[in-house]
Ligand binder design. Structure first.
Ligand code: FES
Ligand SMILES: [Fe+2]
Length: 370
């Protein structure tokens, strides 16, 4: 009987495969000095409230009777109960307990039982808040940061040539796993039951201040193109002139992390406009940032026949739900492995993901574990 001697593994040496990171990526907080979507706009009802959170900070979104949305700390200045339990009257948010009233700036503007000659108590923190692209965005960081003026641009959303699918789901993992999962197309094996056998090829890597991106092309090694994918991306063509192997003869996918957002665009060979344009934000909800609310806008270019997109849509939904479900399961498994280990043991060998990991760490902030 032969036996195999156990290999002793020094994790610190293994991690030497890549340049060491400045800190543990899974213990890196996301920089709050950006605009983050915290809700779907439709979930903040007129004269209603919605309790949300950003990296453990409770935030209430409220919509006035006239339809304006504002964001306040979700903690009454009186006895710290959530203001999201309260109600909106006109343009004021009334705490459910003793009816202290707050306006959109967070100022306490009325305490019903306070003598008129007494001054009103301090209010609560308010956050810059903008409704756009069917989402409610909040700027949870420092209002004096220049990034307040840098609102995310999602050009394709609202373009009538595209139909938008909204993705909004809680995923129990650190946001960095999400970036790595989407950018690393070498995980097509995970999706083999839905997509067959696809071989990705990284064509080019680019990077700059606060961003990294990669171009891929693909070829099918076995199996047929799934129908949902065909409806979404069009039928994959063989390169018309395979010998030339020019970029315009290939299907190209570009995935970019432009901190803190991530985009994916897919062009079929020879097309000027992407068949698919995806914009994602992964917003940590808890203080340790081990969970995130993923907001995605998936813009799919409509086929030439009017209304056809609506017939294809259920197939596209089914297909993308299948893929996202597999991704969700695997990144949550990665988070559980990290929790069991207590530190990141990743042995990254793929250059773009190494760059991405440095980007996420270097742009991030300390997590306060108090
Ligand atoms: S706790 Fe909010 S008014 Fe008293
Ligand atoms: Fe995936």
């Amino acid at each position: 009987m032969s036996s195999v001697a156990p290999v002793s593994v020094d994790r610190r040496v293994d991690r030497g495969l890549a340049e060491p990171l400045a800190r543990d990526i899974r213990k890196t907080g996301i920089d709050p000095n950006y605009w983050y979507p915290l809700a779907r706009a439709r979930d903040v009802r007129r004269s209603g409230t919605l309790g949300v959170s950003f990296a453990g900070e409770p935030i209430v979104l409220a919509r006035t009777e006239k339809g304006q949305v504002f964001a306040l700390e979700d903690r009454c200045a009186h006895r710290q109960v959530p203001l999201s339990l309260g109600e909106v009257k006109g343009d004021r948010l009334l705490c459910s307990y003793h009816c202290w009233a707050y306006n959109a700036t967070g100022a306490c503007v009325n305490v019903p039982y306070l003598d008129k000659d007494k001054s009103l108590p301090n209010g609560v923190r308010s956050y810059p808040c903008v409704e756009a692209y069917g989402l409610v965005f909040v700027f949870p960081g420092d209002v004096d940061s220049p990034n307040v003026d840098d609102f995310p641009q999602i050009a394709t959303q609202g373009n009538p040539a595209y139909k938008t699918r909204y993705l909004d789901r809680k995923i129990k993992c650190h946001y960095s796993f999400m970036h790595e999962n989407l950018m690393d197309m070498n995980h097509q094996f995970l999706h083999r039951s839905l997509m067959g056998s696809i071989n990705p090829k990284a064509l080019a890597i680019r990077e700059g201040d606060g961003w990294v991106e990669v171009d891929y092309t693909f070829h099918r090694a076995a199996g047929k193109q799934p129908i949902g994918e065909k409806f979404m991306l069009g039928k994959r063509k063989k390169a018309p002139n395979a010998k030339a192997n020019a970029r315009e003869d290939m299907d190209i996918m570009t995935i970019r992390t432009g901190y803190p957002y991530q985009t994916l665009q897919f062009w079929t060979a020879g097309s000027d406009e992407p068949a698919l344009d995806l914009w994602n934000a992964y917003v940590p909800t808890d203080g340790e940032q081990r969970e995130n609310q993923t907001y995605g806008l998936m813009m799919v270019r409509k086929p030439g026949i009017p209304g056809a997109i609506n017939l294809l849509w259920p197939f596209i939904i089914l297909f993308t739900n299948g893929i996202f479900g597999q991704d969700k399961d695997i990144v949550e498994a990665e988070q559980r492995a990290f929790d069991a280990q207590g530190e990141d043991w990743n042995n990254e060998v793929f250059p773009i993901i190494q760059k991405l990991r440095h980007l996420l760490v270097n742009q991030g902030v300390e997590i306060n574990y108090d």
